[in-house]
Design a protein around this ligand. Structure first.
Ligand code: ATP
Length: 228
């Protein structure tokens, strides 16, 4: 019986981010080729991923010899050496083939990567910083995801003030201009919540809105900080 071929991934740069991606993909059962110019980093992953090799990704021949063109996705997770990150992306783009995902150190680096044809640019430090910051201003925020320059999605716990109320009574749309897209209840997810649905203590609200509006909502429901 024919079934879809398993996706093949290559990860270049095995710092904390790159090795975490390589390990996660491998644990999910995917074939992963892990590449780093530092032999020690390669060694550390050699028992985890399908193949781990030492190579300099700024050398086109080295990438060709590894058959990188035949992979479905290549993640460039070179951090500090921005020049190496850009050069590697350029070489991969020129070769054609895989989807190219690149980690950017900052906005300018990200802009350059997009310009030269990276298919996806990710900012792990910035995104994690954002999440932690939102969790700090309100412990009710379990997750925070930017979906565009203006809009974000938050996962918000049901606070004491919300328990037993329904969405109509909370007036989240009227007060903050945000929309409750879904209610998570245990392992179930209600993706078209009814306005009369009563909220329980363990529910989680998935809310979409403009960033400033979401921050207002977060602060409105955030408990006052406790001072000693
Ligand atoms: P993290 O924050 O994810 O730990 P980082 O931003 O500190 O990463 P670096 O440690 O600078 O990133 O780079 C990640 C890895 O990329 C390093 O292990 C480094 O050896 C590797 N690397 C850098 N340049 C190249 C290159 N030209 N070819 C292959 N690997 C490279």
């Amino acid at each position: 019986m024919a079934h879809a071929a398993k996706k093949q991934f290559a990860v270049i740069g095995l710092g904390r981010f790159g090795s975490s991606i390589a390990t996660s993909l491998s644990n999910m059962g995917f074939d992963v080729l892990a590449i780093d110019s530092d032999e020690h980093r390669v060694q550390e992953l050699s028992n985890v991923v399908t193949h781990a090799v030492s190579a300099d990704s700024t050398e086109e021949e080295a990438l060709r010899a590894l058959g990188i063109r035949n992979f479905d996705v290549v993640v460039v997770a070179i951090g500090e050496d921005i020049q190496a990150s850009i050069l590697t992306t350029l070489i991969l783009k020129d070769m054609g083939g895989p989807l190219i995902v690149v980690k950017a150190q900052n906005e300018l680096h990200g802009k350059v990567l997009k310009k030269i044809g990276a298919d996806k640019v990710v900012y792990p430090e910035r995104d994690m910083g954002l999440r932690v910051a939102h969790h700090l201003i309100s412990p009710n925020i379990l997750d925070y995801i930017e979906i565009s320059d203006e809009y974000s999605i938050v996962e918000h716990t049901v606070t004491k003030a919300m328990v037993g109320k329904n969405l109509k009574e909370l007036e989240i749309r009227a007060k903050f201009g945000c929309n409750v897209m879904a209610i998570k209840r245990g392992s179930k997810m209600n993706i078209s919540p009814d306005a009369s649905e009563r909220l329980t203590e363990d529910d989680i609200l998935v809310i979409v809105g403009e960033r400033n509006d979401l921050t207002k909502l977060e602060l409105y429901y955030a408990p006052q900080p406790v001072r000693n």
